[in-house]
Design a protein around this ligand. Structure first.
Ligand code: ATP
Ligand code: MG
Length: 362
C-alpha cells in the first residue's frame, strides 16, 4: 500500500575520502525507493572523522553522537586519510569510528559475503567453488579477548617480558549475539553454524552450551557447531555449505576478512552493526580510498547494499531492501562496472563499458 506514509529519521555520516560521494548516491537510492514504498526519510547529515576534526577539532563531536542516538538508523561512509595520519591517537579520525560504535553499544556485526553471478571472476577461488556463495558472518563486537581483563605486559617467573590478554564471555553477551544470529538465519535460509574452539577454551565451552540451549527457542533453524580451525579451512574449500555463521570477536575478525576475499570485490561489501534496542550503524566495509576520492571512480554498491541492510535489519522494510538488491543486480547485468570490479582483458565487457559510460575507471 503505497499511500501509507511512514517516517524514519536517518543520520548520515559521510566522513572522509570517497565517503561523501558514496553516501550522496546511497541517500538518493533511499529517497527514491522510499517514495515507491510509501516511506519518507528525514536525513540529518553530521560530521565524523577527519571532516569533523577539521570542523570541530574532535573526530566525534557530541552533536553527531546525539543525532545518531535519536535516529532510527545511521548510515556511515568512510573515515580517515593521509591528511590526519600524524595526529595523536585520541584525535585520529579512526577514533571517531570506535567512539560511535561504543556510544551506540553495537555488539553485533553482520557481514555478508555474496558471490554475485556477474562477478564470479572477481573471486579468489575457482569458479566452481565460488559460484553461488551467499553467507553471512555474525560477529560479536564488544566482548572477548579484545576487551577482556586482565590484560597488559609483565614478567614471568624467569624475569622474561610477557604480554597477556584474557578471553571472557558472560552468558548475557553470548545469548544476545546468539539471538541476533538465530534471527538473521531466520531471514535467510534457516541454517546457523556456530564457530568456536570448545575443545580447548573455556569461554568457547560456555559459548557452545548457551548457543545449544537457545536453539530450542528456534526450532525452525538448523544449528551446527564447528571448530574455528576447521571453519577457516571449510570457508575456502567449500564456502557454499554456509548460510549464517555465528562467532566471537576475534574469530569473527579473521573469518569475516577471509570470507570477504572469497568475493574479491572490496567495493561491493556492506555491513551492519546492531545494538540491543537503539539504532544500528550501517556502512560499507571498504575504507576512505583517498587515492580515488573526488574523481567519480568509487564503487557505490557497498554503500547501496548497506542501505538494503538498513532497511531489512533496522526498519524491517524487507520489500524495500529487496528492491534495492535487485536494482544492484540489474545494474551489473546492464554491464555497468567501476574500476575495482572491472576486469581488464575482457573485450566484450570493455565494449559495454564504453557504451554505458565514459566516467568509469579503466
Ligand atoms: P582503511 O584503513 O580506511 O580501511 P584501507 O587501507 O584498508 O583503508 P581501503 O580504503 O578500504 O583501504 O581500500 C583500499 C583500496 O581499494 C583503495 O585505495 C581503492 O583503490 C580501492 N577501493 C576501496 N573501496 C573502493 C570503492 N568503493 N570503489 C573503488 N575502489 C575502492
Ligand atoms: Mg581496511
Amino acid at each position: 500500500a503505497t499511500n501509507i506514509i511512514k517516517h524514519y529519521n536517518i543520520t548520515l555520516l559521510p566522513g572522509d575520502g570517497i565517503g561523501p560521494e558514496v553516501i550522496s548516491v546511497a541517500k538518493d537510492v533511499l529517497t527514491l525507493t522510499g517514495s515507491q514504498q510509501g516511506i519518507k526519510f528525514r536525513f540529518e547529515e553530521m560530521p565524523i572523522g577527519g571532516a569533523a576534526i577539521d570542523l570541530t577539532g574532535v573526530p566525534l563531536p557530541e552533536e553527531t553522537l546525539l543525532s545518531a542516538k535519536k535516529s532510527d538508523a545511521i548510515l556511515l561512509g568512510a573515515i580517515g586519510g593521509y591528511k590526519w595520519d600524524n595526529l595523536e591517537k585520541h584525535l585520529k579520525p579512526e577514533t571517531g569510528l570506535l567512539q560511535i560504535r561504543e556510544g551506540l553499544g553495537v555488539f553485533a556485526n553482520l557481514r555478508p559475503a555474496t558471490v554475485l553471478p556477474q562477478l564470479v571472476d572477481s573471486s579468489t577461488l575457482k569458479k566452481e567453488v565460488a559460484e553461488g556463495v551467499d553467507l553471512m558472518v555474525v560477529r560479536e563486537l564488544t566482548g572477548g579477548i579484545y576487551f577482556g581483563k586482565p590484560r597488559g605486559f609483565g614478567k614471568n617467573d624467569k624475569g622474561e617480558d610477557i604480554g597477556f590478554n584474557t578471553e571472557v564471555y558472560a552468558t548475557y553477551e553470548i545469548d544476545r549475539i546468539a539471538r541476533v544470529a538465530f534471527e538473521t538465519a531466520r531471514k535467510r535460509r534457516g541454517k546457523l553454524c556456530s564457530v568456536d574452539k570448545a575443545n580447548v577454551l573455556e569461554a568457547s565451552m560456555l559459548w557452545r552450551k548457551r548457543v545449544t540451549m537457545l536453539a530450542s527457542e528456534y526450532p525452525d533453524i538448523t544449528l551446527t557447531h564447528m571448530y574455528v580451525d576447521n571453519a577457516a579451512m571449510q570457508l575456502v574449500r567449500d564456502p557454499k555449505q554456509f548460510d549464517t555463521i555465528l562467532t566471537n570477536n576475534i574469530f569473527g575478525d579473521i573469518l569475516s576478512d577471509e570470507a570477504s576475499m572469497i568475493t574479491g570485490s572490496i567495493g561491493m561489501l556492506p555491513s551492519a552493526s546492531i545494538s540491543e534496542s537503539g539504532p544500528g550503524l550501517f556502512e560499507p566495509i571498504h575504507g576512505s580510498a583517498p587515492d580515488i576520492a573526488g574523481q567519480d571512480k568509487a564503487n557505490p554498491l557497498a554503500t547501496i547494499l548497506s542501505v538494503a541492510m538498513l532497511l531489512r535489519y533496522a526498519l524491517q522494510e524487507e520489500n524495500a531492501a529487496r528492491i534495492i538488491e535487485n536494482a544492484v543486480l540489474d545494474t551489473l547485468n546492464k554491464g555497468f562496472r567501476t574500476g575495482d570490479i572491472f576486469s581488464i582483458g575482457k573485450c566484450k565487457i570493455y565494449k559495454e563499458e564504453e557504451k554505458v559510460s565514459n566516467k568509469m575507471a579503466s
